[in-house]
Design a protein around this ligand. Structure first.
Ligand SMILES: C[S@@+](CC[C@H](N)C(=O)[O-])C[C@H]1O[C@@H](n2cnc3c(N)ncnc32)[C@H](O)[C@@H]1O
Length: 313
């Protein structure tokens, strides 16, 4: 891939497509990678042997939840369950060396990784040579609380005593209101300094003023709510504003942002709005088409506004 391939979304397997990207040609990778915890086809990264896994719970059916399938119950005794984190690490290892190769020294990587398996992702990045810089929390401000009352189980068993005794107790998790964004950096040249790297590659520091513009602080917790435009195109669609914040934090105009798992193309859209070049990969035709049309929509809008502008002069 050379300059002619910039500002494009490619349909196909990211692991293969990455091989075609020139070494040290990318200024930032921003990607919401599969979390490896769902049961959707694009998120299954392991061999699954639990028959409960692929069903839909009655509550999910009733609520018309975005995740149509049950998700993996964490029971602690299943040998198959215990393999999932290791298989997730191996899956991360299948592409992370190419991420390292294609980035320029001092470039940042922001990875959305699920809370449950993020640690395996961090290990894969460290093993590939990245510096693990920080974990940023995206505060979504809203999230469904799904912990179930254990007393209801006892009720169904007609066990009045235990139902009363455990009335205030729930199983599951607290409201999952934050998502980790892992921040990695490709080390700069041996013996060099970060200042030298800034001059050579225009990478290595972060833009405090552009960050403050959105967040009004330099806290590593970013609060961004999804608007009506940030939902409905992909089950894990991220807000455009959040992607813009991260892109402006470490890149300048005309630099190149790569999203190897682009889904509906939110990171690429944000890059385009901010006048950065972009490259995106997506293996599901449905989401590839969505991403492509979101980008084309901006092109069309720009042409309309350019036309409106030129017809005024
Ligand atoms: C978590 S989603 C990204 C959603 C995105 N943040 C958005 O706002 O729409 C991850 C995407 O990676 C895609 N994917 C998974 N494995 C892939 C692979 N090997 N090559 C290309 N795309 C892949 C999935 O189809 C899915 O759409």
């Amino acid at each position: 891939m050379d300059n002619n391939d910039l500002d494009k979304i490619c349909f196909g397997d990211s692991i293969q497509l990455l091989k075609k990207i020139e070494t040290e040609s990318i200024h930032m990778i921003l990607s919401d990678i599969p979390y490896g915890i769902g049961a959707e086809d694009w998120d299954v990264l392991h061999d699954n042997t639990n028959s409960a896994y692929l069903g839909t719970s009655p509550a999910q059916e009733k609520a018309g939840a975005i995740f149509k399938k049950r998700g993996k119950p964490l029971n602690g005794w299943s040998e198959a369950d215990k393999e999932i984190p290791k298989q997730y690490y191996e899956w991360c290892c299948s592409w992370v060396n190419d991420w390292f190769r294609v980035l320029k020294p001092g470039a940042s990587v922001f990875v959305f990784a699920g809370r449950r398996l993020a640690h395996r992702c961090i290990c894969a990045f460290e093993d590939a040579g990245f510096t693990y810089k920080d974990m940023i929390a995206w505060n979504k401000e809203k999230a469904p609380y799904r912990a179930q009352r254990i007393s209801k189980v006892f009720e169904r068993r007609h066990d009045e005593i235990n139902s009363k005794k455990w009335e205030n107790w729930r199983v599951g998790n607290l409201r999952p209101v934050f998502e980790p964004i892992l921040w990695f950096v490709k080390p700069y040249k041996i013996g060099g300094t970060i200042a030298d790297n800034m001059i050579e590659h225009q990478l290595g520091a972060f833009n405090e003023i552009d960050f403050n513009k959105y967040t009004h602080s330099t806290d590593n917790i970013i609060s961004v709510k999804s608007t009506s435009e940030d939902i409905g195109l992909h089950p894990t669609q991220k807000p455009v504003k959040l992607m813009k914040i991260l892109i402006e934090l470490t890149t300048t105009e005309n630099q190149t942002v790569l999203d190897p798992f682009c889904g509906s193309g939110t990171a690429l859209l944000a890059a385009k709005i901010l006048k950065r070049h972009f490259i995106g990969f997506e293996k599901e035709l449905k989401y590839y088409n969505v991403a492509k049309s979101r980008i084309e929509e901006i092109d069309n809008n720009n042409q309309i506004s350019l036309f409106a502008f030129s017809s005024k002069i």
